[in-house]
Write a protein that binds this ligand. Structure first.
Ligand SMILES: [Fe+2]
Ligand SMILES: [Fe+2]
Length: 312
């Protein structure tokens, strides 16, 4: 089978899976339910709360729920640039492989639905939490910044995000029996459609890569580094906001030193959730490694070093 036929086959399989999996927000995911605030939203493997052993049980649950609220908002945010990116890329297939075009139109449609789902989640969670929480990044501003970068770098970032979505669900959310059932289902259904997206991201990223000159690719690597820097800037702002909100509404009391540990713990969790876990995904490293030189790989590694170091 030649490369074009193989790719066309993969687009066709993505369409089949998209049709088979397709779900509805109310009928399949929410089903008239509410979030159970007596249970966890995010599993410990994602919230990283085991580092904050001094928190009382109620506060530990609250901090995990705040993180879970931001987790849902963060996906709604990144989908604001993922959807137009796919719509834009579909242009390359308008007069070509119609399977590819259909796969990308479905992908876009699914991301629009996911954004609607995450908006619903935000308003439902807001009802069960004390006032004062803020999700600070502005979706259209962030999307505007991201879409100003080269397509290669946006596809790299998108592949990274959609691969960590899969890893978080498989490794931590699915095996945890203590989560709010609705919260778990939101990410079960999201994961089902994201599995197809990750396949399409890889195909489109490689197709985009094949168009680039060596210079353009080197610039795209620089763009990717800048995008990760922008994501990290956003995480720092949101981590501070979430830690401040927690310290205001929690039972406590906590000492200055403990409050500092909370702030550091939330920042570490967010860096792990949205940057580190994706970078460490073997499938991401394999695709990226297949497209860039050792020198470029090293350049990305050096830029990531301060973020990865938060771990210790
Ligand atoms: Fe999504
Ligand atoms: Fe997606």
């Amino acid at each position: 089978m030649n490369t074009t036929t193989a790719a066309s086959d993969r687009y066709a399989r993505a369409i089949e899976a998209s049709k088979r999996i397709r779900w509805d927000i109310d009928r399949d995911v929410i089903r008239g339910r509410n979030f159970d605030f007596t249970r966890k939203f995010l599993p410990d493997g994602i919230s990283k709360l085991d580092r904050l052993g001094f928190l009382g049980a109620d506060d530990r649950r609250l901090l995990g729920q705040i993180q879970g609220r931001t987790y849902a908002n963060m996906f709604g945010l990144v989908e604001r640039f993922i959807a137009p990116t796919m719509l834009d890329i579909s242009r390359d297939h308008w007069l070509g492989d119609q399977k590819a075009m259909e796969a990308l139109v479905r992908f876009t449609d699914e991301e629009l639905k996911h954004q609607e789902l995450f908006r619903r989640i935000e308003s439902m969670v807001a009802e069960g939490m004390p006032a004062g929480y803020q999700f600070l990044p502005l979706p259209n501003d962030v999307a505007g910044l991201v879409l100003g970068k080269s397509k290669w770098s946006v596809l790299a970032l998108t592949t990274h995000i959609e691969l960590f979505v899969l890893a978080h669900y498989r490794q931590s959310i699915d095996p945890d029996g203590e989560l709010s059932e609705l919260f778990k289902d939101v990410f079960l259904y999201h994961w089902k459609e994201e599995s197809q997206h990750a396949i399409l991201d890889e195909l489109e990223w490689q197709r985009e890569d094949a168009k680039l000159t060596a210079e353009a690719r080197d610039q795209a690597v620089t763009d990717l580094i800048e995008l990760v820097g922008a994501v990290d800037g956003m995480l720092q702002v949101q981590a501070k906001s979430d830690a401040d909100y927690f310290l205001k509404v929690c039972r406590g009391p906590y000492s200055e030193a403990q409050s500092t540990l909370v702030r550091e713990g939330v920042l570490f969790a967010y860096r792990w959730q949205y940057i580190i876990s994706g970078v460490e995904e073997p499938r991401f490293q394999k695709i990226l490694g297949g497209l860039i030189s050792q020198e470029q790989f090293g350049r990305i590694g050096a830029a990531l070093a301060p973020i990865m170091a938060t771990k210790h």
